[in-house]
Ligand binder design. Structure first.
Ligand code: ADP
Length: 334
């Protein structure tokens, strides 16, 4: 099927999959991670062994799943996909591990959300390629050791700090993905526009790039929304003006803040006087899960200097007040 056919079906995930780079060479940006990972894979290939376990951390949409797929692709081996929340019992993990073939790549997304017993089983599997399957309950229970073929675990997490130390230590290579620079997002948007056959001007692409929250997934999504707008309300060409009008319509502001980002800053300034306030309180105030505020909105706001984490809670910076068009209260006397 052509990409246009995939798109016509409106399956967001299928389109996302079609836009994924397939090899390390196609990956835009993240130069250091790409170089380091390239070396790890090349060395493993030369030795004819499965590469060390890889941990990828960073906010959603920065390319963790893409890199996992590329690792499997570069090692010419199948990729098995699962996620932390899907592994509720150690038995679930035992079943997955025992089904692996030698050298395969197992991708565990949101690995920090795995159950504790499964996590402990994973330690042993990562280190000794063995699991202990417990049969029966109570005093009669016996542990049967089960050999598993050498494999490569690729774990993804929004924050490496969420993983228990013993688990983190068992990864031979850890990479933290950073938000992308506008120039990289610009390249990603143009590449996607080529694949999706979108007519895009240079400044149209730059405009979308600057409003994409440093995130490739968002860049690709915004490109498609702007293209809709260009098609329906303009002559089909994505220019700067079309991008601006479309993104204003979708409530993505000039600095790329979306509704949730602005809601967080808004309650922080207007309801809590700029903080400090705890992240749980903030989450309740904006009607979102704490994880969403902490792992999606906050990293971007911190990175862009709108929000600061302090021991007493989250604080709005002068830039946050200015962005909302408000005047910051005078600092409290010491
Ligand atoms: P994550 O697993 O971190 O949430 P994904 O790997 O699913 O993110 O990436 C989301 C989308 O962004 C994918 O469709 C992919 O096409 C695109 N993408 C991510 N990283 C890159 C990159 N470095 N270069 C080009 N496209 C990328």
């Amino acid at each position: 099927r052509s990409l246009t056919a995939v798109e016509a079906e409106g399956d967001e995930r299928a389109v996302e999959a079609a836009l994924r780079p397939r090899s390390l060479d196609e990956v835009v940006g993240q130069v250091r991670v790409r170089d380091q990972l390239g070396l790890v894979l090349e060395a493993a290939r030369q030795r004819g062994k499965a590469p060390d376990h890889v941990l990828l951390s960073g906010p959603p949409g920065l390319g963790k799943t893409t890199l996992a797929m590329i690792i499997a692709h570069e090692m010419s081996t199948p990729l098995r996909l699962t996620s932390g929340p899907a592994i509720t019992h150690a038995g679930d993990l035992a079943a997955i591990l025992s089904g692996l073939n030698e050298g395969e790549v197992l991708f565990v997304d949101e690995i920090h959300r795995m159950s504790r017993p499964a996590e402990e089983m994973l330690y042993l599997a990562m280190e000794d390629f063995r699991v202990d399957v417990v049969i029966g309950k109570g005093p009669g229970a016996t542990a049967i050791p089960l050999e598993i073929p050498p494999f490569t675990l690729v774990g993804a997490t929004t924050r490496a700090g969420l993983l228990p130390g013993p688990l983190r230590d068992r990864f031979g290579f850890t990479a933290h993905l950073e938000f992308y620079e506008p120039a990289d997002l610009d390249r990603i948007i143009r590449r996607s526009a080529g694949l999706l056959e979108v007519d895009l001007t240079d400044d149209g692409s730059a405009e979308i790039a600057s409003r994409s929250r440093g995130t490739p997934r968002i860049a690709n999504r915004l490109l498609r929304r702007v293209r809709d707008y260009a098609q329906v309300r303009a002559d089909g060409v994505v220019t700067r003006g079309v991008s601006q009008a479309a993104l204003d319509l979708y409530e993505v502001d000039q600095l790329g803040l979306d509704r949730l980002d602005r809601a967080v800053l808004d309650v922080l300034c207007n309801r809590f006087g700029g903080g400090p306030v705890g992240v749980s309180t903030l989450a309740v105030a904006v009607g979102e899960e704490r994880e969403t505020v902490e792992e999606v909105a906050e990293p971007f706001l911190v990175r862009n200097g709108f929000l600061a984490r302090t021991p007493r809670g989250r604080v709005a910076t002068p830039a946050a007040w200015a962005h909302l068009g408000l005047t910051a209260p005078p600092p409290e006397p010491e």
